[in-house]
Design a binder for this molecule. Sequence first.
Ligand code: ADP
Length: 360
Amino acid sequence: MTRLRLQQLTKRYPSVTALANISLTAEPGEFLAVVGPSGSGKSTLLRLIAGLEKPSSGEIFYNEEPISHLPPQARDIGMVFQTYALYPHMTVFENLAFPLRLRRWRREAIQDQVRQVARLLELQGLLERYPRELSGGQRQRVALGRALVRSPKLFLLDEPLSNIDAQLRATMRAELAALQQNLGITTLYVTHDQAEALSLGHRVAVLSSGHLLQVAPPSELYNRPVSVTVARFIGTPPMNLFAVTANSGALQLVGTESRLPSPLQLAEGSPWLLGARAEALALRPAEGWHPLGSAQVRTVEYAGHEMLVTLRHPAAVVPPVVRLSAGTPPPQPGASIPVFLNPDSWCLFASESGERIFPP
Ligand code: ADP
């Protein structure tokens, strides 16, 4: 198995630094998701690892062997792109066999290997078909099969599920996760979809404007984002933010009489941002929860297993959203209601830099 290590990788184009000093390790067998908005440098990262472009500075290692000098074909990478170009004039069997033919495998070995991969991806019945005779999901499975047929050292996947309809995508996600687990091939999975990154990645790396903001397991990214930027990028809905000021050992919600005990010693009068996930807020009192004053109900969105209630609150930086379980009676839009905060589930960020200072 391969450990992929990027050391201070930088890529400058004449007009922009696409990647700035990226240090990142994918452990052997790890599924590492890389997420960021469009233009954050995800494709550049993949092109550098694949050897399709040269870094301006920095180095890439496989198990501590530098590989930056190697051409793409010597890097032993299986790649699957968003537009998974299958060869249209070849059957599924021939598409899967192609990478092995290139490497001059023997006929019988090719037969065996293709049949094994076809079994793994449930493509046995489709081997004689042409790509035009397959559904989107089946084509995607063939593209994955072609990437893994020769057991590469590394998988690079670039939004491989984005052209598949929503229902099939959920199934394919689960299949992909199981497949990667079985094969144990170190995988870098690039996506702009944070929900996909959270659901698939053993760890998730967040990129923004060429900078690596945080690398962490999904639950840590969700509960302890390093900054307001990550808190607002990760999660559906994003983390709620309230303006507070330090006031005699308490945090005072701006524009209200509400205060909660401060977990840290803070300069008197200094401004901070309190962050809370939608499920860390409630509209009814509970044992030990902090009252955050009253809010006005703007909208109620029913989503089957839950309800999302959007509020207006004087201290809120953006309209806060509260997640309620489906059984709860829905509040009336326009109504004024009290809001409460789970004392064990909130963050404090510096208001200027946006960096998290609590939990430490
Ligand atoms: P993403 O994949 O996250 O959308 P990219 O890696 O494609 O981001 O792009 C990162 C930044 O680098 C963008 O500002 C983009 O315009 C720039 N960029 C990408 N490729 C080139 C190139 N070949 N020449 C100049 N600028 C580029």
